[in-house]
Design a protein around this ligand. Structure first.
Ligand code: AP5
Length: 189
């Protein structure tokens, strides 16, 4: 069972590399951001709640996200593993994930930390906002997302180091070079 947490600041390439990892290793993909954006598009109650937080660059409450994750995980039958993209984002979420996997006789195999300088993150996200119109890709909201990342999410780096699961990935360069580094890291496990 290959359970990968793909980690990094907004714009670090989690979604981009997840797609490639899914194709290469044949595992399932959970992106909490994608789930929430789909709910917003459908106009559900969850979507309305999510929009309020996403537009402000804030995290949704842990309980809400943990429930979404648990039901998505249950929907994967005979899975070879999962890539968790955008989850966990807080220590409480990491603890919940550990418990959920343990209940299924599993654990996180590795946490891949895509490390990208802040200036590059801003450049990538502004460009994506211009091209795709993603609502939270504007300068003001990106700055808020980065503050939230540093205060609430980055502490997970030490948390996963303590778990012995942390792997640093240099996230600057071509998508192919970064992917090759990820594959080499995962194949060494
Ligand atoms: P989410 O959708 O998870 O957004 P994010 O973490 O801000 O990440 P992004 O999707 O912006 O970036 P990414 O790292 O996936 O990079 P990507 O591959 O797209 O979350 C959105 C919001 O939902 C949160 O702010 C929060 O409100 C809520 N939320 C989600 N999960 C939550 C949770 N667990 N708890 C609470 N709230 C939650 O790449 C970015 C761009 O760069 C793309 O255009 C791409 O083409 C380009 N790019 C990628 N790699 C490279 C490269 N090597 N060189 C040049 N460009 C590149």
């Amino acid at each position: 069972m290959l359970n990968i947490v793909i980690f990094g600041a907004p714009g670090s390439g989690k979604g981009t590399q997840s797609e490639r990892i899914v194709e290469k290793f044949g595992i399932n993909h959970i992106s909490t951001g994608d789930v929430l954006r789909a709910e917003i598009k459908k106009g559900t109650e969850l979507g309305k709640t999510a929009k309020g937080y996403i537009d402000q660059g804030q995290l949704l409450p842990d309980e809400l996200i943990i429930d979404i994750l648990a039901s998505t995980l249950d929907s994967f039958k005979e899975s070879k593993g999962v890539i968790f993209d955008g989850f966990p984002r807080t220590i409480a979420q990491a603890e919940a994930l550990k418990k959920m996997l343990a209940e299924r006789g599993q654990e996180v195999s590795v946490m891949l930390d895509l490390d990208v300088p802040e200036e590059e993150l801003m450049t990538r996200l502004i460009k994506r906002g211009q091209e795709s119109g993603r609502a939270d890709d504007n300068e003001e909201t990106i700055k808020k997302r980065l503050v939230v990342y540093h205060s609430q999410t980055a502490p997970l780096i030490d948390w996963y180091k303590n778990e012995g699961k942390y792997q640093h990935i240099h996230g600057l360069g071509t998508m192919d070079a970064i992917f090759a580094d990820i594959v080499a890291t995962v194949e060494k496990l």
